[in-house]
Design a protein around this ligand. Structure first.
Ligand code: ADP
Ligand code: MG
Ligand code: ZN
Length: 629
């Protein structure tokens, strides 16, 4: 309740109380309240001159020593007043009677309902005001869409990097709107809708803002979750309203962010609770109607973004709605470099910060994560009392974003630290001495994030799109190097290798089942597709014979065993290096590529090779292996 309303309520209550008190004093001014027995005495003594009997009380006048006085008294419950009347009549007292008004009964019946109804109405209205952001019930369907003016938007395409194709497409959209005539003359139909899809943090929302900054047309921005309301039908009203506004101001761009919030497949199990499901469906329906409703050249273009295009309703993706679908991908190495540069504009960095190296160290990072790296570096530098962040701060920041915050508070026993150090060095040494592995960039035994007690990071010399069979086999060996080192040095296995084993197994399985790299199984693809993999129902009906399954398992195991043997052999040969490096690592907690090269007195053996073997090359997704926990 806002303070003004509260004050009014308090005033009413106080006013009522005063009025009541006044009435009391007026009516009972000279009236004397007497006991019933006294009244009976007075009546018997013939002193009462006049009475009025109501259901519950008697009032009237009696004669006292000081003259006539008014009195009133309460009748006992269920008192038989007829007797009283007879007696009074004998004494010639004038008797009148009052019956309670029939209205009174009715009122006392209705009032509580009125009261409750009033309260209900009052709260509903307040709730609705809150939902619609105030402004009374009439603003129910009004929109929360923000209308951006070009002047107060500073984001432009200059703030976006690494997504050049998307920029080009969106620039085209802007062009359509600015020079609609040019296209109309040739008879071209301007697309109605453009859908941006891609992983989170790749800059979709940022692109939207940049388009708004670039386009010299009104730009309506709304996040789809804002359509979803408590009241069924409200979202649909909002959609209608939004498009109406856009049409009124055409040419205009309407941007709906996170469209999966309303565009979820209606057939799927999506939707959550019953009520919201219905609301979602109506909102989606309205959106479809609006999209069909406007003419291709009406000057309104809808741009939407989603992280999860696979859940979007098929109706949305039908031709004639989102004619263009633009994939926003994770940035490649040059894109990462450019993004890092953009976000370093306002951060003071020493000249030794090498963006090329940083870009190489951050494969798979999204734009948002890269922005975060630079900011973390600045925070770190400030915390360390520096005024300018240097390369070490940025490297540390990458570690943080990459593997989570350091948990220096987590205390490992000395024995555990030794196990972790040898484990990580096992990865590092195998990586260094196998034929086809990426060079080791960093080894750390500082516990980080959830679960990771240390890590070894390898870095490809360049962006890679293909991997060869020997590389995959060596990758398995590197992954198994951690466990192998533990076994060689301590003679026992620990739980620390669980994740390594899982990933090594996954690589081996994919080699056999997806990439046709097993002689015995042959060049067949038996891979479960993504969705089948996720849905346990389908896994039963695997079209692989039991016999083939046994063979697959045997082949997978063979790859793993071969990798382990290779790792063991290397580590046994380099046992001295292992022990020597362990001393350094336990002391410093981190080893860089430079430290390793210094220790061995030579650069990583295969540093000069370009690493891209062209024989035995397979096409397909790269298993993303940069880290061994
Ligand atoms: P999405 O909407 O795709 O999930 P955002 O646009 O919200 O991602 O990105 C979050 C932040 O990350 C942006 O505000 C920006 O600072 C940074 N960022 C992401 N991608 C890029 C990029 N391609 N170029 C520059 N900065 C980016
Ligand atoms: Mg976004
Ligand atoms: Zn490991």
């Amino acid at each position: 309740m806002d303070p003004r309303q509260r004050n009014i309520t308090i005033a009413w209550v106080i006013g009522g109380l005063i009025l009541f008190a006044l009435l009391q004093t007026f009516t009972s001014g000279q009236t004397e309240s007497i006991e019933f027995s006294r009244f009976l005495d007075l009546a018997e003594g013939g002193q009462v001159t006049e009475v009025n009997i109501s259901e519950t009380s008697v009032s009237g006048t009696f004669e006292s020593d000081e003259g006539e006085r008014e009195f009133s008294t309460t009748l006992p419950v269920n008192y038989e007043s007829n007797q009283l009347v007879d007696q009074l009549r004998e004494n010639d007292v004038e008797v009148t009677a009052t019956q309670p008004s029939p209205w009174f009964g009715l009122l006392s019946f209705i009032l509580p309902f009125l009261f409750i109804g009033g309260l209900y109405f009052f709260f509903m209205r307040r709730m609705r005001n809150q939902l619609t952001g105030g402004g009374g019930p009439l603003s129910l369907g009004k929109n929360k869409a923000k209308l951006y003016d070009r002047t107060d938007l500073k984001t432009t395409f200059k703030d976006v990097a690494g997504v050049d194709e998307v920029e080009a497409e969106l620039a085209e959209v802007v062009d359509y709107l600015k020079n609609a005539d040019k296209f109309r003359k040739v008879g071209a139909k301007i697309p109605k809708g453009v859908l941006l899809v891609g992983p989170p943090g790749t800059g979709k929302t940022l692109l939207a803002r940049a388009v708004a900054g670039e386009a010299e047309v009104p730009f309506f921005y709304i996040s789809a979750s804002e359509f979803i309301e408590l009241f069924v039908g409200l979202g649909a009203a909002r959609v209608r309203d939004l498009f109406q506004q856009a049409r009124d101001r055409a040419p205009a761009i309407v941007f709906i962010d996170e469209i999966d919030a309303i565009g979820q497949s209606r057939s799927g199990a999506a939707g959550g609770q019953m009520g919201s499901h219905q609301e979602q469906e109506q909102t989606l329906q309205q959106l479809l109607t609006e999209m069909d409703g406007f003419e291709p050249n009406s000057g309104v273009i809808l741009v939407a973004a989603s992280n999860r295009p696979e859940v979007l309703d098929a109706a949305l993706l039908r031709p004639g709605r989102f004619d263009r679908q633009i994939q926003v991908n994770l940035p490649d190495i040059s894109g990462r470099e450019a993004i890092l540069r953009i976000h370093s504009r306002d951060v003071r960095l020493t000249p030794d910060v090498d963006f090329k190296v940083l870009a190489r160290r951050t494969p798979g990072f999204s734009g948002a994560q890269l922005a975060n790296v630079i900011n973390e570096a600045a925070l770190l530098a400030a915390r360390r009392g520096k005024e300018i962040a240097d390369m070490s701060d940025v490297e540390e920041a990458i570690d943080r974003v990459f593997a989570g915050l350091e948990r220096r508070s987590q205390v490992l026993t000395e024995k555990e630290r030794r196990v972790v150090a040898y484990h990580e060095l096992g990865h590092a040494l195998v990586a260094r001495f196998v034929e086809n592995a990426d060079p080791v960039h960093r080894v750390s035994i500082i516990p980080r994030g959830i679960g990771a007690l240390g890590y070894t990071q390898q870095l490809p010399e360049e962006e890679r799109y293909l991997m060869s069979e020997p590389e995959l086999r060596d990758m398995v060996a590197v992954l198994l190097g951690g466990r192998s080192a533990e076994e060689i040095v301590f003679d026992v296995a620990t739980t620390g290798a669980g994740d390594d084993l899982r990933r090594a197994t996954e690589i081996a399985r994919r080699m056999v089942m997806e990439f046709g790299m097993s002689e015995k199984v042959g060049p067949v693809s038996i891979a479960e597709t993504g969705s089948r993999f996720l849905n346990p129902m389908f896994r039963q009906g695997n079209d692989v014979s039991e016999e083939a399954q046994v063979m697959i398992d045997r082949e997978v195991k063979a790859i793993l065993l071969e990798g382990r043997d290779k790792a063991r052999k290397i580590l046994a040969e380099h046992r001295d290096d292992l022990d020597g490096l362990a001393v350094v690592l336990l002391d410093k907690e981190n080893l860089s590529r430079k430290d390793l090269d210094e220790f061995f007195g030579e650069p990583t053996p295969k540093d000069d090779e370009d690493g891209s073997k062209t024989d035995d090359i397979l096409k397909g997704h790269l298993p993303q292996i940069q880290r061994q926990g």
